[in-house]
Design a protein around this ligand. Structure first.
Ligand SMILES: C[C@@](CO)(OP(=O)(O)O)[C@H](O)COP(=O)(O)OP(=O)(O)OC[C@H]1O[C@@H](n2ccc(N)nc2=O)[C@H](O)[C@@H]1O
Ligand SMILES: Nc1ncnc2c1ncn2[C@@H]1O[C@H](COP(=O)(O)OP(=O)(O)O)[C@@H](O)[C@H]1O
Length: 294
């Protein structure tokens, strides 16, 4: 079927259930091991084909000029790839976004938006790229983009691009936004960052869960100590949520999460969150909702 619009396309948040820094590549990028968890909370994008070839963001995004927006950059890359393959530019597109996820929150919002744009436009433009080709196209824009296109919870290595599907518990997460934007680069270049965590295996993670442990208790987030020392609100959120269970930062911060077995337990914690913070609950997803939509 030829479509000209795709509305209500979800761009879910991710959590890094643990995040280990195992080394550094020659180009300075850090080698990581992590488990990515999809959440049923995120941004929503809307696409409408145009009669010209322009790619236009029709909603403003504070602090992100249109040409720097990962959504626009991803769409532009895919449009050029379609030109290369088919010899003609596909129609332009108006892209609207309902932005919910905080920027610099470690929830992968920008990457998830870009991944959703690539998946939606691959369909609208009938571009025919495989999932692997879309993942490779997105990687230079952000290390988390391949994961979102992969579409399943994953054990990731490299800079996050070597992905294996992994089962994770069907639990609820409480997420606190401490109200600061943590710049990823500042955390990775911090002097105090440890970069030599011993590698783990996907089997180690799965065994830990099979023993009945919470998803958020395996390993640690190696970026957390540095982020907490540079950004006190992150340390405060870890301390506060830690009173209810294992509390951990996601990605390079700033958001902090804890796992709960039921929605009621999550609600009980949420009702106590100090009003200085934005906080919400989200259910663990096992698949990216775009996979069902397309
Ligand atoms: C840490 C993670 C974990 O999922 O997520 P977020 O917290 O950003 O969501 C990602 O690896 C974020 O990867 P990516 O999205 O590519 O990071 P960027 O913001 O582009 O990286 C900014 C800078 O951080 C450093 N950087 C980033 C990733 C990495 N594996 N090693 C690095 O050294 C580089 O100096 C890079 O220029
Ligand atoms: N569509 C977008 N949504 C959010 N951030 C974007 C977007 N496009 C570019 N960015 C830039 O990416 C940075 C990281 O944002 P984001 O991916 O939301 O956080 P994080 O990498 O911590 O999960 C932002 O500070 C912003 O400058």
């Amino acid at each position: 079927m030829t479509l000209t619009t795709l509305n209500n396309c979800p761009a879910p948040a991710k959590l890094n259930l643990f995040l280990h820094v195992n080394g550094r590549r020659a180009d300075g990028y850090h080698l990581l091991q992590t488990v990515f968890q999809l959440l049923d909370h995120g941004d929503t994008l809307h696409f409408a084909l145009r009669d010209d070839t322009a790619i236009v963001r029709v909603t403003a995004l504070a602090g992100v000029p249109e040409e720097q927006d990962l959504i626009i950059r991803a769409a532009t890359l895919l449009q050029a790839e379609v030109l290369r393959r088919k010899g003609a530019l596909p129609r332009g597109v108006d892209i609207a976004i309902d932005k919910v996820l905080p920027m610099g929150g470690g929830l992968g919002g920008g990457s998830s938006d870009a991944a959703t744009a690539l998946m939606a436009l691959n369909r609208l433009w009938q571009a025919g790229l495989t999932r692997e080709e879309l993942m490779a196209l997105g990687l230079p824009l952000g290390a988390d983009i391949p994961f979102f296109i992969f579409g399943e919870n994953a054990f990731a290595e490299g800079v996050g691009e070597a992905l294996q599907p992994v089962a994770t518990p069907e639990c609820w997460y409480v997420v606190i936004e401490p109200g600061v934007q943590v710049p990823t680069a500042a955390i990775f270049c911090a002097e105090g960052l440890t970069r030599n965590t011993e590698p783990v295996t996907i089997a180690d993670f799965s065994r830990y869960l099979a023993e009945g442990n919470d998803a958020g208790g395996f390993g640690k987030n190696d970026l957390q100590q540095v982020a907490c020392s540079l950004f006190k609100p992150v340390a405060d959120a870890v301390k506060w949520l830690g009173a209810y269970g294992e509390a951990r930062m996601t990605g390079s911060g700033a958001c902090v999460f804890s796992a709960f077995g039921s929605q009621e337990e999550a609600d009980a914690v949420l009702s106590n969150v100090p009003p200085v913070w934005i906080a919400w609950k989200a259910k663990a997803l096992s698949r990216h909702p775009m996979l069902t939509m397309l």
